[in-house]
Design a protein around this ligand. Structure first.
Ligand code: ADP
Ligand code: MG
Ligand code: MG
Length: 948
């Protein structure tokens, strides 16, 4: 049997196979093969890791032999030797799975050092102190990471030694002190680990490889995979990269840094990054020393800077994507140590998408697929109102754009707790670590006092689209006291602060913010999206202002205009209540007539704002008691009013009862008499009695209207049929508005939509009223009115009767919020607060079906409904107006089953446009790749929340 090959050298490995080599390994191989200066090394594949676990945590047979072979080759290539006292080979051992994943093993640098190699390193570098310091760091890191010794022990020794040698910091320790520390470190390791510190470099390597494999199943790594749904088909096992060391810490001619081929915040096409001279590895990202912007390298090391410019172009033409890469300069020679796709702000993604298309690097389709629709939200986000003219109190480095307002919280768990309670929270820390991520999710923004744009806080905040300011160095944070101070200012826990991740400004208090604007890049991308999509996108809007915004964001119509919002306006509500309280149809008619001109004005406003485009107006939907005050409120009010009456009576009795008492008390009586005098008018008019009587009447009516299960009760079309005056008034208002606008020369396309329909008879009933009204209005105005009549589909029975409904309805609009409740028989609020989280956790349901359309259940119903509806009426228009209409995965489904349009809240319209384009691009790709059946739900890419 041919033994499987586990080890691949950078110059031979298949750089496209990220699954086998991990992202880091594939990148190192790719760069080596395109001629970039990568220090030689090799990759142990993810298959070796899987085999390690299959064998009950034992290294696969022959793996170490294969490693040794490769090590030999590496020695001859680098003309050095493992453990060699003259020219020692040192390597880094780095983990790396198919997707970049914090939580796995820390990289071990300088592996191969022992007493002999130490001499060699000192010899080679001519720097005794450097060699000892490197050795000290290696033993410490190796002890902690590979041998599992508690890092606390090392800190204690280090501090003791600093005291003993009177050293203020690590850098004050001399060779002698460092040598002693190394010995003490080894002693501790001997005490903690049976075999002690391994002097044999090969043994070191074996242990390090195993440590990498083990970290794949470490708690942090498992949690991370769970949180980001990294399934085995995305990444399975970690590779181990063994890479010969280069030194950025060999004096001022050496440096280490991190760079992006384009600016990850703005997308500007220019080298971007940070570096530190005389530093190694993690120093830049650790946020311990604040790094310098890469532009300074142009003066400090001009040749290196030019070389980096070359690297930038090579990387981009090869990967056709913005790259985030690591480099090290060792005594004037440049090395590249890692590359991966750059994580950018959405602003930057949009700009680079446009520019890379224009530069011919990628196609429009690829540009579209680069955009993460969920993140587009960021661009539509708010920023600080420049007109507010408020000066920031301090500032740091802008790391992730958008303004965020919240209470300063210094503890990660507390931030998570308060965030969950719905409070706006800004997490304030010195710096953050991978284990802090749970606090990020719940925070509105992150503020740190240390670190640069590539620090952990910055990277994670950008990835999550949270506002973030880092390196706010003026800030002194005392986590114990839960206090941050700067200058004479203090920020206590819970105090409001505002941060602006686009400028780095930090403000005390809540600062006014304004809406974001579309920039030219987004505008261009949106135009491409419109060219690339076939699914229509409409907005949900209840007011002319909403409609104007939706239109500005590119909506091609209004898919849902809810009339109840209009009923709730302060000037309408009393009339609406009057209508509800009316004892007989005549009294009701009177109130309805008062509402009519108001509704007509509403409809005119919205139809005019959408001139030339369709507007779907839904007739009244919610149960009537929603417009009335609650029983609790009324009972409370009545009690207070009665109490007030009693108080007045009591006050009236006071002057009388005072008479028989000490005369000096008289002076208290006069203000009371004064008050009583003022109240005589109120009293004489018996205002309170009337008010009480009125309230009691309302209370009685509220009791009459109250339902056991209002959402399944007297609402929607059922209400429209029992109180016909309401729907008739609304339909007349719509048609009159349309007629008047037509006379004014405005082109309008109203669509009248009936909610909660479950039988064709209901629809027929409403339609016959509409026909009469239409005739009347047309007669009065002597014009013909264009409009459509249709129904919401939100009741399961309506789905089953789609064929009949379509005889009357010219369009269907899926109200997937209610349809989801009806399909699952879940009430949304109860489900989300009681059992859905557990269902998700246990994988009984994959997602929250109220957020992500349940393709297998609700989606199936939609498909059946559409098919049966179209059999009756082939040109039936079908859309969706539930919240799912703005959710990218659900939009993809809507595209795939051939809906005419989605309708969503105005802010999500741009997201829907891009999502619709992406859906079409993906479908085209699928069609050309294999057989594609639009009615086979298993072919949809979006996972379904249905049972797994
Ligand atoms: P991470 O996955 O956290 O980025 P890396 O494996 O890239 O971890 O390594 C951590 C740091 O060590 C990086 O700054 C990297 O550039 C540096 N490093 C890794 N290997 C070498 C090497 N062979 N020589 C010099 N520096 C190295
Ligand atoms: Mg790295
Ligand atoms: Mg509904």
């Amino acid at each position: 049997m041919i033994r499987r090959k586990y080890v691949f050298t950078f110059d031979k490995a298949d750089s496209k196979d990220k699954k086998l080599l991990g992202g880091k390994g594939a990148g190192l191989a790719g760069m080596t093969q395109m001629g970039l200066p990568v220090p030689p090394g090799f990759i142990i594949s993810t298959e070796a890791c899987l085999s390690y676990y299959e064998r009950g945590k034992r290294l696969p047979d022959g793996l170490m032999a294969e490693v040794e072979e490769n090590l030999k080759a590496l020695e001859s290539k680098t003309k050095s030797g493992f453990g060699n006292p003259i020219n020692p080979l040192l390597v880094s051992v780095r983990s790396g799975s198919a997707v970049s994943m914090p939580g796995m093993m820390d990289t071990i640098l300088n592996l191969g050092l022992n007493e002999d190699a130490l001499r060699g390193l000192a010899e080679k570098t001519g720097d005794e102190r450097f060699a000892h310091d490197t050795y000290r760091r290696f033993i410490q890191l190796f002890g902690k990471v590979a041998l599992g010794v508690d890092e606390h022990y090392f800190d204690v020794i280090l501090n003791e030694m600093k005291r003993k040698y009177g050293a203020g910091s690590d850098t004050d320790l001399d060779v002698k002190a460092l040598a002693e520390i190394c010995q003490e470190f080894k002693k501790i390791i001997r005490k903690e680990v049976q075999d002690g510190f391994p002097e044999d470099p090969k043994k070191q390597l074996g242990l390090a490889i195993e440590a990498v494999f083990k970290s794949w199943m470490g708690k942090r790594a498992i949690d991370y995979r769970k949180r980001f749904r990294i399934t085995p088909d995305i990444a399975n096992g970690t590779a181990v990269n063994v890479c010969s060391m280069v030194f950025g810490n060999m004096g001022m001619g050496s440096a280490t840094g991190v760079a992006f081929t384009r600016d990850p915040s703005t997308g500007e096409n220019a080298l971007y990054g940070e570096y530190l001279t005389n530093a190694q590895g993690e120093d830049v990202v650790a946020g311990i020393r604040t790094p310098k912007p890469i532009q300074e390298l142009r003066d400090e090391m001009p040749v290196m800077y030019d070389e980096l410019e070359g690297v930038r172009h090579l990387l981009e033409t090869h990967y056709r994507e913005v790259q985030d890469f690591e480099f090290t300069v060792e005594k004037g020679k440049l090395y590249i140590l890692q590359t991966r796709n750059g994580k950018m702000t959405t602003l930057a993604t949009v700009r680079t998408s446009r520019e890379m298309v224009e530069e011919g690097l990628i196609s429009k389709q690829q540009a579209m697929l680069r955009v993460d629709t969920e993140e587009l939200d960021q661009l539509l986000h708010r920023r600080i109102d420049p007109k507010a003219g408020i000066k920031p109190k301090t500032h740091g480095i802008p790391a992730s754009p958008g303004a965020a307002i919240g209470r300063a919280i210094f503890d990660v768990d507390e931030a998570e707790r308060r965030g969950r309670l719905g409070e706006n929270v800004i997490l304030v820390r010195e710096e953050t670590r991978p284990e802090d991520a749970h606090g990020f999710f719940q925070a509105k923004g992150i503020l740190t006092s240390r670190g640069g744009k590539t620090s952990h806080a910055a990277v994670v905040a950008r990835a999550m689209g949270k506002a973030c300011v880092v390196g706010c160095e003026e800030l002194f944070i005392d986590t114990k006291k839960k206090l941050a101070t700067f200058g004479s200012e203090r920020i206590v826990e819970g105090a409001f602060i505002t941060i602006d991740g686009s400028t780095g400004n930090v403000y005390l208090g809540e600062i006014p913010t304004i809406d974001a604007e579309f920039d030219e890049n987004l505008e261009t991308l949106m135009k491409w999206a419109d060219d690339l999509r076939i699914l229509g996108v409409r907005g949900n809007a209840d007011t002319p202002e909403d409609a104007i915004r939706a239109r500005k964001f590119g909506a091609e119509g209004i898919g849902l205009c809810r009339t109840e919002r209009m009923f709730n306006a302060p000037d309408r509500l009393p009339i609406v209540i009057e209508m509800i309280l009316a004892g007989d149809p005549e009294a009701r008619m009177k109130a309805v007539e008062k509402l009519f001109p108001m509704q007509k004005t509403d409809f005119k406003g919205i139809l005019k704002a959408m001139a030339g485009l369709p507007v779907t107006i839904r007739l009244l939907d919610p149960p009537l008691h929603e417009f009335l005050p609650s029983i609790e409120q009324l009972t409370w009010d009545i009690e207070r009013l009665k109490e007030f009456n009693r108080i007045i009576e009591a006050m009236e009795a006071i002057p009388e009862s005072m008479k028989t008492h000490d005369h000096s008390l008289r002076r208290y009586v006069s203000p009371i008499e004064h008050v009583l005098e003022e109240l005589t008018e109120v009293k004489s008019k018996r205002l309170f009695e009337e008010l009480i009587a009125k309230k009691e009447e309302v209370l009685q009516r509220v009791r009459d209207l109250s339902e056991i299960n209002p959402m399944l009760g007297h609402r929607g079309v059922r209400l429209g049929i029992t109180y016909p005056e309401i729907y008739e008034m609304q339909m007349r208002a719509i048609l009159e508005a349309a007629a008047e606008l037509k006379e004014e020369g405005v082109e309008v396309f109203p669509e009248i939509m009936v909610p909660q329909v479950c039988t064709a008879q209901e629809l027929k009933w409403v339609y016959s009223r509409l026909t009469d009204i239409k005739a009347e209005v047309e007669e009065a105005h002597k014009i013909e009115i264009q409009f459509k009549f249709g129904t919401m589909i939100e009741v399961v029975r309506a789905c089953m009767r789609a064929g009949r409904l379509a005889e009357i309805a010219e369009f269907f609009s899926f109200g997937t919020n209610d349809l989801t409740q009806a399909t699952f028989s879940f009430s949304r609020e109860d489900a989300e607060s009681k059992f859905l989280p557990l269902y998700n956790e246990r994988n009984i349901l994959q997602d929250n079906p109220f957020e992500i359309l349940d393709v297998k259940g609700v989606g199936r119903l939609m498909m059946i409904t559409m098919e049966w509806g179209k059999r009756t009426r082939p040109d039936l228009k079908v859309g969706i107006c539930g919240e799912h209409g703005g959710q990218p995965r659900s939009i993809e489904f809507c595209h795939n089953i051939g809906l005419d349009y989605v309708s969503c809240s105005s802010y999500r319209v741009p997201i829907a446009r891009v999502a619709a384009a992406q859906a079409h691009i993906k479908e085209e790709a699928r069609k050309s790749s294999d057989r594609f059946d639009p009615f086979d739900i298993s072919t949809y890419t979006g996972p379904s929340p249905s049972p797994v």
